[in-house]
Design a protein around this ligand. Structure first.
Ligand code: ATP
Length: 245
């Protein structure tokens, strides 16, 4: 049976002198095998939650555990994460950066090279393989970030705004990449571009002010707006108040 990534009693805040509490006892489990859309208004805590789930940030209280294992190195090894801000590695070409990401994630150099060569074409950056990653456009850098998250073997995949700033053709490409992925532990996609993933999502979770406001299927989200045919964007806007999004 697939392992579940579970957050239990999660508390986290930024800053020491005047802490800004983002979560105070949050419970949430990523649904194994499902694609879950993580929605919420700006500042709701989506990026922070993804950073806690992959072990990038440490909770101040509570645990994140995959299949019952909560050591940070287990999370880092098994949970792949594409951050909202993808960084170019100074001095490396696009292909070198992707190979390096694979090696950092535990692949041998040879395996990293093989996987990087495949993925660079899948994210349509084949013609940029020899270009310094620092020279990529914002959308190209996001696609490199997606490839970096996919280069390793993981059981859970967390994507923070994977289609932000992409042109329509590249958005479609990301949709088709997502459709071809199978991860035992599940995939979580945080986005404001809700329509980009219409028809591709099994579950929806809505965060607002650090609390889980909804966790269910897209149809159940529609039902909260009194209309099971409502789009996810319409139901989400009705839930959190259209003007605040
Ligand atoms: N590095 C940081 N230092 C201090 N506060 C931070 C930091 N990162 C985020 N925050 C604060 O934590 C809260 C949650 O931010 P987070 O980025 O997780 O929200 P989000 O839902 O991803 O927002 P968005 O949709 O705008 O990307 C916000 O109030 C934000 O100001």
């Amino acid at each position: 049976m697939a392992e579940s990534l579970v957050a239990a009693g999660l508390s986290f805040g930024y800053g020491r002198l005047r802490p800004h509490q983002v979560f105070d006892g949050l419970d949430w489990a990523v649904r194994p095998g499902a694609v879950t859309l993580l929605l919420g208004p700006n500042g709701a805590g989506k990026s922070t939650l993804l950073k806690l789930l992959c072990g990038y940030l440490r909770p101040q209280a509570g645990t994140v555990a995959l299949g019952g294992r909560s050591r940070r190195r287990d999370l880092v090894r098994s949970v792949a994460w594409m951050p909202q801000e993808v960084q170019a590695c100074w001095g490396l070409t696009t292909l070198e950066q992707l190979e390096y990401a694979g090696w950092l994630a535990g692949l041998s150099r040879a395996d990293a090279r093989v996987r990087a060569a495949d993925l660079i074409d899948r994210v349509d950056l084949g013609d940029k393989r020899g270009v310094r990653s620092a020279r990529l456009s914002g959308g190209q850098l996001r696609r490199l970030g997606l490839a970096q998250a996919l280069v390793r073997v993981a059981s859970v995949l967390l994507l923070d705004e994977p289609t932000a700033g992409l042109d329509p053709a590249q958005t479609e490409n990301v949709r088709s990449i997502l459709a071809g992925l199978e991860l035992d532990g599940g995939i979580v996609v945080s986005t404001h571009q809700v329509a980009d993933l219409d028809g591709q999502v099994d579950r929806v979770a809505v965060l607002a002010e650090g609390r889980l406001r909804f966790d269910g299927t897209p149809a159940e989200l529609g039902a909260t707006a009194g209309d099971r045919q409502a789009t996810m964007a319409q139901a989400f806007a009705a839930m959190i108040g259209g003007g605040r999004h």
